[in-house]
Design a protein around this ligand. Structure first.
Ligand code: SF4
Length: 336
């Protein structure tokens, strides 16, 4: 179900826009009721009021917990079932964040990513995206939502933008705490500046060499690293938030001096933050994780050369947590 359809159903039950917002706010904020206070859903038109238990049940049933995998870093990786039995991963991040999935599978096919291996199976609807946030809030507070789970958000742009709009207007999430992540799709650069909620932008760079980037991200748009940074810089200046560049650091593949010099060339002086994430080795793929010391040395070197760099663990990596891993393991029949 899309949020637009949900609003339509509420309207048919007599809701005006304020009623719609109230019902949706109640859902996405997932706050327990204080019995002594007026409920946010009181004083609604009678047909809507009477339908609310059924609507609430339907919204709560959009995702259901299949399994939960807590990690020592405070994150929890969740495998969630959608109503048709497909599964997606969400990650509850330390410091009140949640990473959500926007597609089941992904068509970009990044060679180092388990999600990309199976291709795209289906889109995740805007209501299913918001449901991941509402579900996360039943477990802990959520103040930040990153669209970095399974899928390329630009390939499901209408649903993702609808979810962003609702989260930014009724979901009590600051606009810069909504992080849209993309490999660099033209439609995202066109559409994001037009919304009333402008999310922060994360761009998956992974290589400064056009040919190598095309090998690593085989079905990403053929935009050069230079153009990607140029488009990112324009959005950063427009919104006032820095661009977060994502770099999965893979030993022997994109950790060379040439690549590091390339990062300095592209990002020095830009309104940008480089997130360097050492690759999580997985059995099914042939890539290797560099040592933490080597990754830290690279981050310090970039920092000294004028590129603001943060070295990050991928959340929950000790629970076999490369994006798509949990789902891949259930498909293989393993119990997770
Ligand atoms: Fe898709 Fe992201 Fe995986 Fe690439 S890394 S295949 S864009 S989910």
């Amino acid at each position: 179900m899309r949020i637009a359809e949900l609003r339509d159903q509420l309207r048919q039950l007599g809701a005006n826009p304020a009623h719609e917002d109230r019902v949706l706010r109640h859902w996405v904020q997932a706050k327990p009721q204080d019995a002594t206070k007026r409920k946010p859903v009181d004083f609604l038109p009678r047909p809507l009021y009477e339908a609310l238990p059924r609507i609430s049940e339907a919204l709560a049933g959009l995702v259901s917990l299949r399994s939960v995998h807590p990690a020592d870093d405070g994150s929890e990786r969740l495998l969630l079932a959608l109503r048709d039995g497909q599964t997606v991963e969400s990650v509850l991040l330390p410091r009140d964040g949640v990473c959500v999935s926007s597609q089941v599978g992904c068509a970009v096919g990044c060679v180092f990513c388990m999600t990309g291996q199976a291709g795209l199976l289906r889109q995740v609807s805007s209501a299913e995206i918001v449901a991941q946030v509402a579900f996360a809030r039943t477990r802990r507070p959520v103040k930040k939502v990153v669209f970095m789970g399974m899928g390329e958000p630009s390939h499901n742009l209408d649903n993702v933008l609808e979810a962003i709009d609702l989260l930014g207007t009724q979901g009590n999430i600051g606009h810069k705490n909504l992080v849209f992540s993309t490999v660099g799709d033209e439609r995202a650069f066109e559409q994001l500046p037009l919304g009333r909620v402008k999310p922060a932008l994360a761009l998956s760079l992974h290589s400064t060499l056009a040919e190598r980037r095309a090998e690593l991200l085989p079905r990403a748009p053929r935009i050069s690293p230079e153009e990607l940074v140029e488009r990112g810089e324009a959005y950063a200046r427009q919104t006032g938030y820095p661009i977060q560049y994502q770099w999965t650091l893979i030993e022997g593949l994109n950790d060379s001096e040439e690549e590091l010099e390339g990062i300095v060339r592209l990002l020095k002086g830009k309104y940008a933050l480089m997130n360097m994430i050492p690759y999580n080795t997985v059995d099914a793929l042939p890539y290797q994780r560099p040592t933490w010391e080597r990754a830290a040395e690279i981050a310090r070197w970039l920092h000294r050369r004028g590129v603001l760099t943060k070295l990050r663990q991928s959340a929950g990596q000790e629970v076999d947590g490369g994006c798509g891993q949990l789902r891949a393991r259930t498909l293989e029949g393993e119990k997770v």
